[in-house]
Design a protein around this ligand. Structure first.
Ligand SMILES: C[S@@+](CC[C@H](N)C(=O)[O-])C[C@H]1O[C@@H](n2cnc3c(N)ncnc32)[C@H](O)[C@@H]1O
Length: 174
């Protein structure tokens, strides 16, 4: 039995189909790894942000700009917002200015990824600390938590994978 003929699009064709210039800051969907530990996760998330038209909000810890530059494999990186001071205070400010705060976390009250609707208003998608998750003071600010179901032996996903899946869903592409 022969299946359908699949033609893989060559890279020059893909490049022609993509934007030739970076779009401005849409500031509609923002991935927020506010307690980062591993630079590689930030580079991967930045690439997903570019793919879905999101921004990345990250604290300007001394190692972060260099890690983002190293992890970035795009000619024109996505939009980065530098958060200042305490991440929880930054989240509260975003909420006060009308943004919806979604926590990407393994939590009893979380909705499953498949039940998460696309973002209809400015949305901040918060990712937790790689070891300890979203701290309690930030959990108190969440409008909703979303969990990605797992059936394997691993306790949790890598932060960049979890963030990428949720960003695709919030962008309405999944
Ligand atoms: C390694 S996990 C932290 C694990 C766990 N919260 C803990 O305290 O051990 C780091 C972050 O990745 C995200 N994450 C990983 N797996 C996830 C999943 N299945 N669903 C939702 N978020 C997940 C969350 O943002 C979490 O805070």
């Amino acid at each position: 039995v022969t299946g359908p003929q699949i033609r893989v699009r060559p890279s020059q064709e893909l490049a022609r189909q993509r934007r030739s210039r970076r779009h401005g800051c849409w500031n509609h969907l923002v991935a927020a790894p506010l307690w980062p530990m591993h630079g590689a996760n930030l580079g991967t998330l930045l690439r997903t942000c570019d793919a879905v038209g999101a921004c990345l909000a990250v604290p300007r810890l001394p190692w972060v700009p260099e890690a983002l530059a190293r992890g970035n494999t795009l000619r024109r990186p996505a939009c980065v917002h530098w958060t200042r001071g305490d991440p929880t205070r930054w989240l509260r400010e975003q909420q006060s200015s009308g943004a919806r705060i979604i926590g990407i976390e393994l939590a009893d009250e979380a909705v499953r990824l498949a039940d998460l609707p696309a973002a209809r208003q400015r949305t901040i998608a918060v990712l937790g600390h790689e070891r300890s998750g979203i701290p309690p003071e930030a959990l108190d600010l969440l409008d909703v938590a979303v969990e990605i179901p797992m059936i394997g032996t691993g306790a949790s996903l890598n932060v960049a994978v979890a963030g990428s899946l949720v960003l695709y869903r919030l962008a309405g592409f999944l």
